[in-house]
Design a protein around this ligand. Sequence first.
Ligand SMILES: [Zn+2]
Length: 248
Amino acid sequence: MPTRGGSIRLFRIFGIEVFLHWSWFLVAVYEVQMMRSRYSSLAWPVLEYLGLFAMVTMHEFGHALACRQTGGVAEKIFLWPLGGIAFVSPPPRPGAMLWSIAAGPLVNVALVPIFWIALHLAANAGWPNDNLDAFLVLTWLGRINLGLLIFNLLPIYPLDGGQILRSLLWFPFGEIRSLFIATAIGLAGGAALLLAAVWFQSFWIGFMAFFLLSRAIVGWKQARYLRAEEAEQTRVLAPELPEKKALL
Ligand SMILES: [Zn+2]
């Protein structure tokens, strides 16, 4: 998990501070080298990688601004090699939670027609012949946006899809049981992702699987804590504190 200690403060917009973890640079150098062969010069893979993280940042701002809209608190966004994390505290209502989570992937949904139109215009302007590198950057960013959208919507807690599932289950099952069900599915999904990492021999899928599993375990423990708290009936006496969430 990225910490504030190892992060650089990039900028602040709408009162939301964006931090970048130092390890991002290491992975960026590696990834840019991997993409190098499909472009004529180094500037283009750098542009593609920066474009990817521009999209990730927009996605996180979707979460943060939607959370604010519901009356919640959202002040920080962290970027690290696996993507972004928006630290948000929406009011403890399923509707507020649902909107704070869904707004992230909705940014990627909004980008789909924008990329489609841009690629269409670029193709008509003759970019595939005259400006191939720029056309490839646009094509790859369009594909990556679609890939990010599909991956984020997998119902594996704490991915957005898993958190959307939890918010929807909150309506019929309540705050605690919905968290138990969603994190149990998240644990199974994380384990499946781990198997996929072994199958494809992919370090990154394995790293992502471990990260998701560790967050799903935290979610499961949180559900147990909430249940114990409810059993003691202290929640009716104590003021209700908004749940702190880390949205991917
Ligand atoms: Zn997200």
